[in-house]
Design a protein around this ligand. Structure first.
Ligand code: SF4
Length: 63
């Protein structure tokens, strides 16, 4: 099962929590915002990051 991970670029405050918790799924861009790889099977890690995001910018959708 795969999950589509999205970071809302307007909401992200660029604190890099997701990238430090789950570096295989999230990386910080030159724009100072987090970017997610589009699909992952590592739900555990992506979910942990989504729950830790202080502004709720991360959404997970089953694909
Ligand atoms: S944890 Fe949330 S606010 Fe912080 S960089 Fe990741 S998406 Fe942005």
């Amino acid at each position: 099962m795969a999950w589509k991970v999205t970071v809302d670029q307007d909401t992200c405050i660029g604190d890099a929590i997701c990238a430090s918790l789950c570096p295989d799924v999230f990386e910080m861009g030159d724009d100072g915002k987090a970017h997610a790889i589009v699909e992952t099977t590592d739900l555990e890690c992506a979910k942990e990051a989504a729950e830790a995001c202080p502004v709720g910018a991360i959404t997970l959708e089953e694909v």
